[in-house]
Design a protein around this ligand. Structure first.
Ligand SMILES: C[S@@+](CC[C@H](N)C(=O)[O-])C[C@H]1O[C@@H](n2cnc3c(N)ncnc32)[C@H](O)[C@@H]1O
Length: 238
């Protein structure tokens, strides 16, 4: 299981607990390619974590730097309207969208993730909902000025991964934007996920789903032992 988050808390054994949880996930949990299998996988991660975010490998407990950077450069006139955080996990990215001024919905199909996000942010303005990206409420279709997708597509194997970009793209309003943040790998290179970083042809699936690339950039998330290639891209629905 890939490590996404690290703690800034030097005094405890956060990294040790994260390593143990990743080992448990790698050894004990079935990956599976169907929606039901992925759902069971993520439920099992959150259940096993109990109340310890160290045991949720992607939980950074702060918004992603690339999202904050994007929000920081956004024209103030565009910091309004509705935003949705796709597969929000423990909620930090959704909170950043709401703090920037968006009327924000955030969803995840793991009930425990949503319960946990609500516990972490009891005063939140975010509307946290349990929902499946592949079967969202009909009122969410083409309803959002900003759609934020971080690390979900890369967490899916097989057919789900092929259909996820279109499922996400249909939440974007005409004229609205999608921000994609993901690990990245060269076309055709091997990946031993989860996560399975996105290849250029998989980033292109967002265009095949009717979006236009506004800009795209590549960067590394630097860990003490390695640099993890990432892609960040903004798309617009014409
Ligand atoms: C790797 S985590 C990323 C979480 C969050 N976006 C972040 O940046 O920390 C992937 C999340 O996707 C959720 N997920 C996977 N498939 C989903 C689906 N079909 N509908 C809703 N949530 C889904 C999982 O429960 C998990 O919380």
């Amino acid at each position: 299981m890939g490590e996404e988050g690290v703690s800034d808390t030097p005094k405890d054994d956060f990294l040790e607990r994260r390593r143990a949880a990743r080992q448990h996930i790698d050894m004990e949990l079935e990956d599976g390619e169907t929606l039901a299998e992925r759902h069971a996988f993520f439920d099992a991660v959150y259940e096993h974590a109990g109340h310890d975010p160290a045991a949720v490998p992607w939980a950074e407990l702060r918004p992603r730097a690339a999202l904050l950077d994007w929000l920081g450069h956004l024209d103030p006139a565009r910091k309004q309207g509705r935003a949705i955080d796709v597969a929000c996990g423990l909620g930090d990215n959704a909170e950043a969208l709401a703090a920037a001024g968006f009327d924000t919905v955030a969803f995840d199909f793991a009930e425990r993730a949503i319960e946990w996000a609500r516990e972490r942010f009891p005063e939140s303005a975010v509307d946290y909902r349990v929902a499946d990206m592949f079967d969202p409420p009909s009122e969410w279709i083409e309803a959002f000025d900003v759609v934020h997708e971080c690390y979900t597509v890369q967490s899916l194997p097989g057919h789900l991964r092929e259909i996820a970009p279109a499922a996400i793209a249909r939440l974007v309003k005409p004229g609205g934007r999608l921000l994609l943040i993901a690990r990245f790998r060269e076309e055709g290179s091997e990946a031993s996920g989860p996560p399975w970083p996105l290849m250029p042809s998989e980033v292109a699936l967002f265009e095949e789903a009717g979006l236009r690339t506004v800009w795209r950039d590549h960067y590394d998330v630097v860990r003490p032992d390695r640099a993890i290639p990432h892609v960040v891209a903004e798309f617009e629905k014409p």
